[in-house]
Design a protein around this ligand. Structure first.
Ligand code: 173
Length: 320
């Protein structure tokens, strides 16, 4: 009897020692500044994994753009310099131009996960980025054009605008001159009048003080901003089932919450912009339609030009 107890105790000890030894720590970065709008969802995800995953898996959040420039995050993820990244497709088009097509989705992620669109993208993430797409943390969050010069029709001729790949084809098609910068350089570009305006979603302009340097917002908004959690595929394949389960559950819950979270945030920030004195530029009905339709037409033209093989397929899955 005594011997059985001892054996059982040793077994228990053995198992827990083994479990402790198996706790894995993953390195993570965000391509947006810490504790701002587009990092917050990710930071909650990290907390959740670290709570649920005690003794099993831990995420070491290194930080935002101070730790790594946003346009280098894709490469760092691909090469395993980091294991997990909070990043938008526009920041790694050098490796995977198709990722920028997320902005053009007109169907919710839950539907894309069923209609084949998500699976199609997931294969491209494996091939081109050596990554696994875990969760879209931002959706239902339109982009806008913010300006310091007034316009009255969808014609951007003579304007110099700050962009990322999200807005490039659209703004150029309407006649603008464009200059790409990371979000961290927008304030200075506005302050020095290097640009007449910038592309950015409806939420988040207060995070870095841009409202102080913004006179107008052009409506309507267009596209649906995307920021997602990705994990290096080599890292993912090495995790055991328990570790994967912690990550998967946190990812599913985070993605499911995104649409409702942004419905609220969109309303709050729209009101806050009005209170900050940012005036809304609205075109007439024909002008608004042209602006909106051109956004999608130019967006898809750009994706298909950069990826003639996959672009048309993605358009089929993502569009309405
Ligand atoms: O404007 C940007 O930097 C950009 O492309 C983006 C994408 C998603 C969310 C916020 C900004």
């Amino acid at each position: 009897m005594r011997r059985i107890f001892v054996a059982a105790a040793m077994l228990t000890l053995g198992v827990s020692a083994q479990a402790a030894a198996q706790e894995v720590t993953l390195r993570a970065v965000s391509s947006f500044a810490e504790k701002t709008t587009y990092s917050r969802g990710f930071e909650h995800f990290v907390e959740r994994v670290n709570t649920d995953g005690k003794g099993v898996i831990r995420i070491n959040y290194i930080g935002g753009p101070k730790a790594m420039p946003p346009f280098e995050v894709g490469n760092a993820l691909k090469n395993g310099v980091v294991d997990i990244a909070n990043v938008t497709g526009a920041f790694y088009t050098n490796l995977m131009p198709e990722a920028d097509a997320w902005k053009l989705t007109q169907r919710p992620m839950a539907e894309l996960r069923k209609n084949g669109g998500f699976d199609y993208m997931q294969k491209l993430y494996a091939q081109k980025l050596n990554a696994v797409f875990l969760a879209r943390l931002v959706d239902n969050n339109p982009f806008h054009l913010y300006l310091n010069k007034k316009i009255d029709k969808p014609d951007l001729t003579g304007l110099k605008l700050r962009i990322t790949p999200v807005y490039r084809d659209f703004f150029q098609k309407l006649g603008a001159t464009v200059v790409q910068t990371a979000p961290g350089e927008v304030y200075t570009a506005l302050e020095r009048s290097v640009v007449d305006g910038y592309g950015w979603p409806i939420t988040g302009i207060f995070d870095l003080g841009w409202h102080e340097r913004t006179k107008y917002r052009v409506d309507p908004g267009f596209y649906s901003a995307e920021v997602s959690v990705l994990i290096n595929k080599t890292t993912w394949d090495k995790l055991n089932d328990k570790q994967k389960a912690v990550i998967t559950k946190a990812a599913q819950d985070a993605e499911a919450a995104a649409v409702a979270d942004f419905t609220k945030l969109n309303a709050t920030d729209t009101e806050r912009q009005a209170k900050a004195g940012i005036q809304v530029i609205k075109f007439d009905a024909a002008g608004s339609k042209k602006f909106y339709d051109e956004a999608y037409a130019a967006g898809w033209e750009g994706v298909i030009r950069q990826s003639p093989e996959h672009g048309p397929k993605l358009k089929g899955f993502f569009s309405k």
